[in-house]
Design a protein around this ligand. Structure first.
Ligand code: ADP
Ligand code: MG
Length: 575
């Protein structure tokens, strides 16, 4: 039997489309404050917004008599005709946000118009108004949302931990702060101020604050037919993801067209991106998603090309001066070595090393034929019958024009890729630091932390402390001491650690995730293929490579060394 759903059910279904979690409340209510021309927006959050979420602004306010209307579905002050719908210039227009939030929480709005003597309060529970009265209040609007989804237990169950929800809210605040650089945003969580973003004046400045001014930020802008796009990129070497924040006409959206244009077939598009697109409102349909998170472009082909062109400009700029192929001769300091390590400690069952095509000979049933001394490390390629000995009696022959190092060994000739070998060495050195238990290395000059990282630092202060990071107020005073002379910047280390903590919740596995990231990052500092080596450096490199527990591949799985056995040579020359 078909029947109409009663209004309570239908309003909750509708609300569910707009409000998924506390961060969707944050998004909708921040957009309302921006539409109300607020200068200051402050959030007070309890329990990641699950128990209470308050937003206060100094915007235009809502007239007392209109408060009940504001809570009604499809009631808006922002558009009135179909024509307006074709040219939307405000963030809101559907009149659905307040009614949706109201339907699934206990909500209170206090508001006063700037020009009005007194203000008003309206309270409702599960969408039903329980109080509406005049009351003295500050100019502007304060909206309190308690017990989100108290009447939708299924939805409530899907909420994450308070800190995970808080981080999503902070993401929304940080994103809106980027495109509203003239506004002030503050966030308090459980009584503590955790974020204050004063007006940086421009998106570039806001991004410097967010990404830190240590990392290179690449940007480029293109205009075409009154479509303007500006794209910023912060390439993060240890990142396995590409995070793209997209704003179209000041609205934060998701868009597959823009996404694919940014990634544009470049596998190197890792890191964080900001895309800001401005276009005539009539070329854009924002009315396709209740949470207004998707849009449709009238000329999506043009938009794709515009974005692609702009990202290409950015890529060409980045790769113009870090081209792997160009030999980098004098530029690097002497090869950064620490003392050699002899014993392999590494867990050989570690899946991370399963890509290695080599196996220690002890795991192979066949007895090695040519072992020159008992302590010699003997390796045999998996699946190949002939054992290969790499021992101490190596003779460095020289370097090829390409930069490969050649060694004469008792049982053959070894050709080494110094870049891959150095990556392997850095990787194992950093792993070793973590394995030994991490000490702190004090920074001579404490390091100013970008404001946007402060909330996360607050949330994860214990975890960061365990990882040997030390903070003095908002400055970084100590970082983990890593073996070898890794050139990781304090900020890179901090970001890596935060990302590791974020990904790996299990404290037992967390160290490993963090070192993995730092080690990957350190690979960036590995010597380039083509750099000239002195004999001593080349020999030390080979020593250290042999001391590694997985010497035959770099951490990315590429080979470090190529061995041509004497026997093969003899066969070849028919000896
Ligand atoms: P929409 O934003 O789509 O118009 P909402 O449900 O979000 O719909 O808000 C309904 C109306 O309430 C808005 O049109 C606006 O008039 C008013 N309003 C909401 N939040 C604020 C605020 N922070 N300051 C002033 N007016 C507001
Ligand atoms: Mg709105």
């Amino acid at each position: 039997m078909i029947k109409h759903l009663d209004s309570e059910v239908s309003s909750r279904i509708a609300a569910g489309e707009v409000i998924e979690r506390p961060s969707s409340v944050a998004k909708e209510l921040i957009e309302n404050s921006i539409d109300a021309s607020a200068q200051n927006i402050t959030l007070y959050i309890e329990q990641g917004g699950k128990s209470s979420f308050v937003i206060e602004d100094d915007g235009c306010g809502i007239p007392f008599e209109e408060l009940p209307l504001a809570l009604e579905r499809y009631a808006t002050s922002k558009i009135s005709t179909l024509d307006d719908l074709e040219r939307i210039s405000t963030l809101g227009y559907r009149g659905e946000a307040l009614s949706s939030v109201a339907a699934v929480s206990r909500m209170e709005i206090r508001s006063r118009e700037r020009t009005s003597e007194t203000g008003g309060i309206i309270k409702c529970e599960g969408g039903a108004v329980i109080l509406h009265t005049e009351s003295p209040t500050h100019p502007g609007t304060r909206i309190q949302v308690d017990d989100l989804f108290y009447n939708l237990p299924a939805r409530r169950k899907f909420l994450k931990t308070a800190s995970a929800e808080l981080r999503r809210i902070l993401q929304v605040v940080n994103d809106y702060a980027l495109v509203n650089p003239e506004l002030t945003f503050r966030v308090f969580s459980d009584g503590k101020r955790i974020l204050e973003l004063l007006p940086p004046g421009s998106t570039d400045k806001a991004l410097e604050r967010r990404w830190g001014d240590e990392t290179p930020i690449y940007s480029s802008a293109t205009s075409f037919n009154s479509n303007n796009v500006k794209i910023w990129w912060n390439p993060i070497p240890d990142s396995r993801r590409t995070v793209i924040t997209i704003f179209v006409n000041a609205r934060r959206i998701q868009d597959p067209t823009i996404r694919s244009a940014v990634c544009g077939g470049e596998s190197a598009a890792y890191g964080e991106w900001l895309v800001i697109l401005e276009m005539p409102p009539e070329d854009l349909d924002v009315n396709i998603h209740p949470a207004k998170e998707e849009v449709r472009f009238r000329r999506s082909g043009d938009i794709y090309k515009l974005i692609l062109q702009t990202t290409r400009k950015i890529f060409s700029r980045k790769y113009a001066f870090t081209s792997e192929g160009t030999p980098q001769m004098e530029e690097k300091a002497p090869f950064p070595f620490s003392e050699t390590r002899r014993t392999g400690w590494f867990d050989r069952t570690d899946p991370m090393f399963s890509q290695t095509p080599w196996k220690p000979v002890s795991e192979v049933t066949q007895t090695p034929e040519r072992v020159s001394s008992p302590e010699t490390a003997v390796f045999i390629p998996a699946g190949r019958p002939d054992p290969v000995t790499v021992d101490d009696r190596k003779n460095y022959i020289g370097q090829t024009a390409k930069g490969f190092l050649i060694f004469d060994l008792p049982n053959g000739i070894a050709i080494v890729d110094p870049h891959a070998a150095h990556e392997r060495i850095l990787y194992e050195e950093i792993a070793e630091s973590f394995k030994e238990g991490i000490a702190t290395q004090n920074l001579t000059i404490p390091f100013e932390v970008p404001a946007s990282l402060l909330p996360e630092i607050n949330i994860f202060s214990k975890e960061l402390n365990d990882l040997a990071f030390i903070f003095e107020e908002d400055r970084l005073a100590g970082v983990p001491m890593l073996r070898g002379r890794s050139k990781l910047s304090p900020l890179d280390m901090l970001r890596s650690a935060l990302r590791g903590i974020e990904v790996e919740k299990d404290p037992e596995k967390r160290d490993r995730e963090v070192w993995w990231r730092m080690a990957r990052l350190a690979c960036r500092d590995a010597v380039k293929l083509g750099r000239r080596f002195e004999r001593e450096e080349a020999e030390t490199l080979m020593d250290k490579l042999q001391a590694c527990s997985s010497p035959f591949t770099c951490p990315h799985g590429r080979p470090t060394i190529f061995l041509i056995e004497n026997r093969k040579l003899e066969d070849w020359f028919e000896r």
